[in-house]
Design a protein around this ligand. Structure first.
Ligand code: SAH
Ligand code: F3S
Length: 488
């Protein structure tokens, strides 16, 4: 009999993307192969419930998947992620086309649930656990290891104990729990040995890593260390050129973490620092535990430690009771903080959160107008930031064809620079110059800027000076190591 095939649809944050990689590895080790949905026997939908729109997608998808299932007998549908964690059995009851449901702490049971479902037994597993086993992954298969070649996610902690009043995450991801540092370092080392040069450390409040263990004086027993110390250990791993982490919470930037940004060679000059609102009154009611001034203080301290640091953020407009003056405070703070980019959202009431019960819910039209004003400001700031980068030399890690090339535009590849900006690079399809491949690191000069991305040109080898010890020397070595001497 042919090997069975699976496909996974992923919605939501990077944690979900990584969870889908974990599920793919588990299914691979259980003898299934990845396939397109049209070919698949098992389809897993990994869901998100951060805003209502995200949750509604699951219900739309499940409606459509009835037809997918009916096309071939024996097909199975599984639902995982944050909606699954919250709804559990209710999904099985409401949607007869669903065969299994697994919560955010139950990934490792997926192969067994698939086997049971194949025997006609439907099941839902959503129990929460503090067992560290839930972090254990079977060995990563290269096909299911990373979002693009050369990059990988590494979970360092999960859960959130902060309970911002708008946020459903503490209910869908459970309590904070941190992995032992040795396990994280060993995983990063294995990835580096396999050719990964960029890792992104993941956690819902990633820089809360180990904080409970330190505070309760049990870090030794738990095997955790301070987050800055973890970064320091990872920075020493040969081959890891870029270290990122997401998403941090502003209150967990202690002096050591700020210092790390100035000291660690491989820690990228980019921090995603969610502000949410610039109004002290709203921040208080969101229970964010900082005010505008302390947020700007953290931003300034980080920039002092690393002057070329790029900051990005998350913002919410239309939180209950938000006034025009509150919105103005957000616009002012965004401008002062100088975010190079941000994700901005209209507040979406999540059932079971504190803010959903508050009076003063904002009219959707007003919220939409505020969102547009905020996004117009951000476009202006992003363009100004991108323009400030023109003329700079940097290095990009190639991900694949650029968005424009995928739409049939010019021949371009796209990569990310250390600041996490998208840089498009024109490639010559004729001649013998090789096209940079996903996973390659390529030195570029930034030559143009748009509101969405930067445009770069590959720095030709002959233009690179070779004075010993200069930055150009490093650049030249990078060229040689990524492309081979004959390729430019
Ligand atoms: N600590 C996590 C938060 C995840 S949610 C992280 O930083 O990644 C990602 C973003 O979604 C939040 O920062 C917030 O801006 C937005 N968000 C969360 N709940 C929301 C809600 N109820 N309505 C609108 N946006 C929300
Ligand atoms: Fe959500 Fe606030 Fe935690 S945004 S993930 S409750 S830090």
């Amino acid at each position: 009999m042919d090997r069975r095939r699976f496909a996974i649809r992923t919605y939501g944050c990077q944690m979900n993307v990584h969870d889908s990689e974990k599920v793919a590895n588990l299914l691979h080790h259980a003898g299934l192969d990845a396939a397109d949905e049209a070919e698949a026997d098992v389809l897993v939908v990994n869901t998100c419930s951060i805003r209502d729109k995200a949750e509604q997608r699951l219900y739309t998808d499940l409606g459509l998947l009835r037809a997918w299932k009916a096309e071939r007998p024996g097909r199975l549908v599984g639902v995982g992620g944050c909606v699954a964690q919250q709804q559990g059995d209710a999904i099985l009851e409401r949607f007869p086309q669903v065969d299994f449901v697994f919560g955010t702490h139950n990934l490792r049971f997926v192969p067994a649930m698939v086997a049971e479902a194949a025997r006609g037994q439907r099941s839902a597993r959503t129990e929460e656990t503090r067992d560290l086993d839930r972090f254990d992954l079977p060995q990563r298969h290269p096909a299911y290891a990373s979002p693009s070649p050369g990059r990988a996610f590494v979970t360092v902690m999960e859960g959130c104990d902060l309970y911002c009043t708008f946020c459903i995450v503490p209910q869908t991801r459970g309590r904070e729990i941190s992995r032992p540092a040795d396990d994280i370092v060993a995983e990063a080392q294995t990835l580096a040995d396999e050719g990964v040069c960029e890792i992104t450390l993941l956690g819902q409040t990633v820089n809360a890593y180990g904080r409970h263990d330190l505070r309760r004086d049990r870090a030794d027993r738990a095997g955790t260390v301070a987050f800055a110390e973890l970064l320091r250990r990872l920075d020493r791993i040969p081959g890891l050129e870029r270290i990122r982490y997401t998403s941090p919470h502003p209150i967990f930037f202690d002096a050591a973490l700020v210092r790390a940004h100035g000291e660690l060679e491989h820690l990228c000059p980019h921090v995603h620092l969610p502000l949410q609102s610039g109004s002290d009154a709203i921040l208080e009611r969101m229970r964010r535990r900082y005010d505008r001034e302390s947020f700007l203080g953290i931003a300034q301290a980080l920039r002092r430690a690393r002057p070329d640091l790029t900051l990005t953020s998350d913002l919410i407009v239309g939180f209950p009771g938000e006034s025009e003056a509150d919105l103005q405070a957000t616009l002012d703070t965004v401008e002062q903080a100088g975010f190079a980019d941000s994700y901005s959202f209209k507040y979406s009431p999540r059932p079971g959160t504190k803010a959903a019960q508050e009076p003063g819910q904002i009219d959707p039209g007003v919220a939409q107008d505020r969102l547009e004003r905020l996004q117009a400001l951000q476009r202006r700031l992003t363009l100004a930031y991108h323009r400030s980068r023109v003329g700079e030399r940097t290095e990009i890690l190639i991900e694949g064809p650029s968005a424009r090339a995928r739409r049939g535009g010019p021949a371009q590849v796209a990569g990310r620079d250390p600041h996490q900006r998208v840089v498009n690079l024109a490639v010559r399809v004729a001649g013998d110059a090789p096209i940079p491949q996903p996973g390659e690191r390529v030195p570029v000069e930034i030559v143009d800027a748009t509101p969405h991305s930067l445009l770069g040109t590959q720095i030709p080898l002959r233009a690179v000076k070779t004075a010993a010890g200069s930055a150009d020397e490093d650049l030249r070595n990078a060229v040689l190591s990524v492309s081979g001497p004959g390729s430019l």
